[in-house]
Design a protein around this ligand. Structure first.
Ligand code: ADP
Length: 471
């Protein structure tokens, strides 16, 4: 069925985002015959996502608060351009329940879950309480409402050090601190509260047992408005810097099939518990060896659910052969999921590397400038386009400013197995033709050729532990 005569007809979509994800969403929307509408700030007036859209609407000045984060302006742009739907991408307004409510009030389809599902997962403490009820294994810890300093300290003692303090309203690794001992607790709590208040206007904390060598394994889920839910397998995103992902791969290396199924089913249960619709990701920590795993009987623990399309969704697309943005648009149009669980298959291995405009030799300081060259030379790397994908929001000649996230592009490769994917990635990184702006390319090359990465000896402190070899 086409999207124009679906239960909720879709003829046009406004993409409330910028950069690579705006271009990525438009690519599928165009293929499905939708009219695409871009929005932009003054800093992006000539950006690639604006050039590629059928139509573009100015939001306002460069600061995100006055443009991409301004709900009224985005809704007004959708109304002015007659958009049937808004795709939020990731970041910006994608997990803002008020924005979803504003779309609903304006009669515009939001390509994503209902406001109630976003709200249920928006707060880490209440999300954990809901997941506990749904029987999803949690990292042991405290996620109660009472927040007196002394009580939190007692709870930390009960959990046992080291613990991790996390801002309930947190995200992007902010408001998070490892506490090694009771002596350090008060200072860490004060620091976290301060950071959380500044970033989120909220200082509620939760405490978790700090797992010292876990892997970050997350499950891609999808639900439709008819009550169907499936999982599209998992991604391993253990290679992180400051709790931010750098490399992602699918499937998770060496994950036993029975665990894959258990995690997948737990993730679908988590989504259905909150009436989820659309694409979502349930993040788990995996640590079979941990004492906690032995005590609780589960090697994986729910961390949080991201109620949007993730940056790393292409690795899932590579191993399943599905287009997740197409799934999102179909579900938003009121159509059922394109496939049932049994019809989904996992083929080969995919890896994604995030290319940032930043200087690894200078504390990863964001880099700016004009891109003299930017592209992937498939011939030079002996690469084929069905195995290598470059998702980017820029082209040669574009300016990289300091206003937004410094991610320039994502390089994604697919191989028959992990070894082949690694070799592809190494060749693809070498075939990247970038100049004019400093990037983390060399750093990525060192990562994917490191013997421990090749051997899949992964945990979330991989970069920290291999510091000397990587810098
Ligand atoms: P954010 O929402 O800020 O991204 P998350 O709760 O998703 O925060 O955690 C981000 C990362 O922090 C995880 O991928 C993992 O590396 C690390 N982390 C989170 N909780 C724990 C924990 N209990 N023990 C060890 N590492 C953790």
């Amino acid at each position: 069925m086409s999207l124009t005569n679906a239960p909720r007809p879709l003829r046009s979509v406004l993409i409330a985002n910028r950069g690579e994800i705006a271009c990525r969403v438009m690519r599928t929307a165009r293929r499905l015959g939708l009219r695409t509408i871009a929005v932009y700030s003054d800093a992006d007036a000539n950006a690639r996502h604006v050039r590629e859209a059928d139509e573009a609407v100015r939001l306002g000045p460069a600061p995100a608060r006055e443009s991409y984060l301004d709900i009224d302006k985005v809704i007004a742009a959708a109304q002015r351009s007659g958009a049937d739907a808004i795709h939020p991408g990731y970041g910006f307004l994608s997990e803002n329940a008020d924005f979803v409510a504003a779309c609903e009030a304006a009669g515009i389809i939001f390509v994503g879950p209902p406001a109630s599902a976003i709200a249920a997962m928006g707060d880490k403490a209440s999300a954990k309480a809901r997941m506990f009820k749904a029987g999803v294994p949690l990292v042991p810890g405290y996620h109660g409402e009472a927040q007196e300093d002394e009580l939190l300290r007692e709870e930390a003692g009960k959990i046992g050090y080291p613990v991790l303090l996390k801002a309930s309203a947190g995200g992007g690794g902010k408001g998070m601190r490892v506490v090694e001992s009771d002596r350090e607790f008060q200072a860490a709590l004060d620091g976290c509260r301060r950071e959380s208040r500044a970033a989120f206007g909220d200082e509620r904390m939760l405490i978790e047992k700090y797992l010292t060598q876990p892997r970050h394994v997350e499950v891609q889920v999808f639900c439709d408005s008819q009550g169907n839910g499936v999982y599209l397998f998992e991604r391993d995103c253990s290679v992180q810097r400051r709790h931010q992902k750098v490399l992602e791969e699918a499937p998770a290396p060496d994950l036993p099939p029975v665990l894959r199924q258990q995690m997948g089913e737990a993730a679908v249960r988590a989504a259905q518990e909150i009436g989820y619709v659309g694409a979502g990701t349930v993040e788990f920590l995996l640590d079979a060896a941990a004492e906690t795993a032995q005590e609780s009987g589960s090697p994986f623990f729910f961390m949080e659910m991201n109620t949007r399309l993730q940056v790393e969704h292409p690795v899932t697309e590579m191993i399943t052969g599905e287009d997740l943005v197409e799934w999102q648009l179909r579900v938003a149009a009121g159509l059922p999921l394109p496939k049932s669980q049994d019809a989904l298959t996992l083929t080969g291995h995919a890896i994604e590397a995030r290319l940032y405009a930043e200087d690894p030799d200078n504390d990863f300081l964001p880099a700016t400038g004009t891109l003299e060259r930017f592209g992937l030379d498939l011939n030079a790397g002996d690469l084929t386009s069905d195995r290598v994908r470059l998702d980017s929001g820029v082209e040669a000649g574009d300016d990289v400013s300091m206003h937004y996230d410094p991610m320039l592009a994502k390089l994604i490769v697919h191989g028959e197995d992990r070894g082949q994917a690694l070799a592809e990635m190494d060749r693809a990184l070498a075939a990247l033709d970038v100049s004019g702006v400093t990037t983390n390319r060399r750093f990525l090359q060192r990562l994917v050729t490191h013997p421990d990465f090749i051997a899949a000896r992964l945990d979330t402190r991989f970069i920290e532990h291999h510091h000397n070899a990587l810098f």
